[in-house]
Design a binder for this molecule. Structure first.
Ligand code: NG6
Ligand code: CA
Length: 495
């Protein structure tokens, strides 16, 4: 134990002097099999592949949950979301779920003297209830450690369809105030349900409320016309904002959380990507994300920051094909496997729910290669605190300092990890345990596998990465031991 403490101190002190810039490139719903450097032959993501070739590519890297809000909550706070009420997928008018006094990944960096910025998808709520979008919007990212923000409140398929820059809706005309409701439509405003003839993309399930830019969304809004985003330009807008932040912070150190929207629904890529993947808008949106990555990396090169910047690329949850719009994702999928060799995807307890692309590049310190260490985004607060020479935040109760694994010095990473799909499951090395869970085996809307089953499931991922052979009956001791360990972790007793 003493040696471990000494070693981890030595690692943090050794790296503290560097204080690299940190750029977190975060996709939304990008699967393990959606990028070519993870083995896909059906899509080409050259910029992500180059990042992987110059960095360390993790084959067992995880987000903390199989949907956005709990996943990002855990990544920013260092605490799993499943013990906290109200951390499921949030509506666009939800109040902020991370309290302003909470130590977060952003405040860790800020405390270490970094300039901190977030650009893109937020989805952790804003304000403290009953928010007036025409006045100062707070608390928000600026109250939990970001110096600058340019965000969308929730998702592309949820109102309000506007960007928030620091405390204000960007480009808002005070003469045309915004109103948002998740309860009832505003009389006279078009909706997907009432005026489907105005739609350029039809919903497949849900998404029949406010009709904005020819696409109906979740929730209702009115006004704010000058502030409404153009879906086709969203990726470029976020990328421009990210590059501007990097340019303004280039004297460093800085932390940028670039939270892209692609390939989340509605998938409305810019015209230069349309038709390019052969897979319809979902594939085209992946190409668009790859292009954003290329532009941001080129900005680092141009500014001479490549060596001194740690770039980490990952995704907030696994992939989904039909997530509520008729966008040909199912029909044009062909042989593409969004989760690669894994079972399940977004919303699922199988590995495809949380095992996602996870790449670290830091030319000054990280040797290129492939790592099979078990690593998770919930570990970012403790690990990046260590990187900057700070102790782990006391409230980051589930966050391990896995900095040695992130930097390639430790090939194991975590020995245990809780995965939040539908049912909460447990990894111990290559063992995967999913407790018995009564819900239906398929998500009726997305037609994807949930991981629910009437009895416990136990898989040996070293031989059965696709989770096909349930060993719970033949190896009951292992299953029982893991059931007990999961129960302990669920209550907060384990890490
Ligand atoms: C679901 C939406 C889905 C997506 C998801 C959130 C319906 C029927 N489905 O409720 O389209 O928005 O929430 O995705 O409304 S996430 O990546 O932000 O978690
Ligand atoms: Ca997501």
């Amino acid at each position: 134990m003493k040696t471990a403490v000494f070693l981890s101190l030595a690692v943090s002190v050794a790296f503290a002097a560097d204080k690299p810039n940190v750029v977190l490139l975060y996709a939304d719903d990008l699967g393990y099999g959606d990028v070519s450097c993870y083995g896909s032959t059906t899509i080409a993501t050259p910029h992500i592949d180059k990042l992987a070739a110059e960095g360390l590519r993790f084959t067992d890297g995880h987000c903390a949950a199989a949907t956005c809000t709990p996943s990002r909550f855990a990544m920013l706070t260092g605490e799993y979301a499943f013990r906290q009420k109200g951390t499921g997928i949030l509506p666009g008018d939800a109040k902020m779920i991370i309290p302003p006094d909470r130590t977060t990944l952003a405040s860790v960096f800020k405390g270490a003297g970094y300039q901190t910025g977030v650009v893109g998808k937020w989805h952790l709520g804003l304000g403290d209830g009953d928010l007036d979008w025409n006045r100062a919007i707070q608390p928000g990212p600026l109250e939990i450690g970001f110096d600058h923000c340019f965000i969308m409140a929730a998702t592309g398929d949820r109102v309000p369809c506007v960007f928030v820059e620091n405390h204000q809706v960007a480009r808002l005309d005070p003469a045309d105030p915004i109103q948002v409701s998740y309860k009832q439509p505003f009389p006279g405003e078009p909706t997907g349900k009432a005026t489907p003839e105005l739609l350029k993309m039809h919903p497949s399930h849900g998404h029949d409320m406010a009709l904005i830019n020819g696409i109906s969304r979740i929730g209702y809004m009115r006004g704010g016309k000058a502030a409404i985003w153009k879906d086709e330009e969203m990726a470029d807008t976020f990328t421009d904002q990210a590059v501007k932040f990097i340019e303004a912070s280039k004297s460093g150190p800085f932390f940028l959380y670039f939270a892209a929207h692609d390939p989340h629904v509605p998938r409305v890529p810019h015209a230069r990507f349309v038709g390019k993947s052969g897979m319809g808008p979902r594939g085209d949106a992946i190409l668009q994300f790859d292009d954003c990555v290329g532009t941001i990396l080129a900005a680092l090169d141009r500014l001479g920051l490549k060596e001194s910047t740690l770039v980490l690329l990952s995704s907030d949850n696994g992939p989904v094909v039909d997530d509520g719009y008729q966008d040909e994702a199912v029909q044009k999928l062909g042989d593409h496997k969004p989760a690669g060799p894994l079972r399940g995807g977004k919303y699922s307890a199988f590995e495809g729910g949380t095992r996602v692309p996870f790449i670290v590049r830091w030319p000054a310190k990280v040797k290129p290669g492939v790592s099979s260490a078990l690593v998770c985004q919930v570990d970012f607060p403790a690990s990046f605190a260590a990187l900057t020479g700070l102790p782990a935040p006391a409230t980051a109760v589930d966050s391990h300092n896995i900095l040695p694994a992130i930097l390639g010095a430790d090939a194991t990473g975590r020995t245990e990890l809780v995965e939040q799909g539908g049912p909460i499951s447990l990894r111990e090395g290559n063992w995967k345990f999913i407790p018995s869970s009564p819900g239906s085996a398929r998500n009726k809307e997305t037609n994807s596998e949930t991981g629910n089953a009437p009895g416990p499931q136990l898989y040996d991922l070293s031989r059965d990465l696709g989770e096909q052979q349930n060993l719970a009956k033949t190896q009951p001791d292992q299953a029982n031991r893991m059931a007990a360990a999961l129960e302990k972790a669920r209550l907060g007793g384990g890490k």
